[in-house]
Ligand binder design. Structure first.
Ligand code: GTP
Ligand code: MG
Length: 132
């Protein structure tokens, strides 16, 4: 079984889409191993988004991610990392596939409803950051 870190971002929590989004993962045979709700601080977010620290969108991204409560989850299944990224859809909801979470629940490239780890090294690192 593979594990991945999923975040339901502040836009989707404040618009009360948490239950629907979790249902999509469960309908796709992903198991919730851990779950919590929190407003993340700068320390967590700078570690989580370390690869983006020098990007021009980074300040807006951090401000958005601190703007409200986030659901953090560890999900597991066979091939969980790729499965979640397929279910989430492309980063920008405009480009995301029909039926994907970002197409259904996302608003724009910043307010895009969910995060999923990109690869096994990131999954391990991100699970440590959010669930140490
Ligand atoms: P995550 O699962 O959230 O990591 O998405 P991803 O792997 O598809 O995207 P990436 O890791 O490249 O970017 C992380 C987050 O930064 C995205 O989910 C977006 O919210 C934001 N982001 C990425 N690229 C851009 C961009 O070009 N402009 C803006 N404004 N935000 C971006
Ligand atoms: Mg990413």
């Amino acid at each position: 079984m593979e594990k991945t870190l999923v975040l339901i971002k502040p836009d989707a929590v404040s618009s009360k889409q948490v239950g629907k989004i979790i249902s999509v993962y469960e309908e796709n045979q992903l198991t919730i191993e851990s779950i919590k709700i929190l407003i993340p601080d700068d320390d967590i977010l700078s570690r989580h988004y370390q690869e983006h620290i020098n990007k021009d969108f980074y300040p807006d991204l951090i401000e958005f991610m601190k703007s409200g409560r986030i659901i953090a989850m560890v999900l597991s299944s066979e091939d969980a990392i790729e499965k979640v990224r397929r279910i989430n859809g492309k980063t920008n909801p405009v480009d995301a596939e029909m039926g994907s979470i970002r197409k259904t629940f996302g608003t724009n490239v910043t307010m895009n409803a969910v995060h999923g780890s990109a690869n096994p090294i990131d999954a391990r690192r991100e699970i440590e950051i959010w669930f140490n």
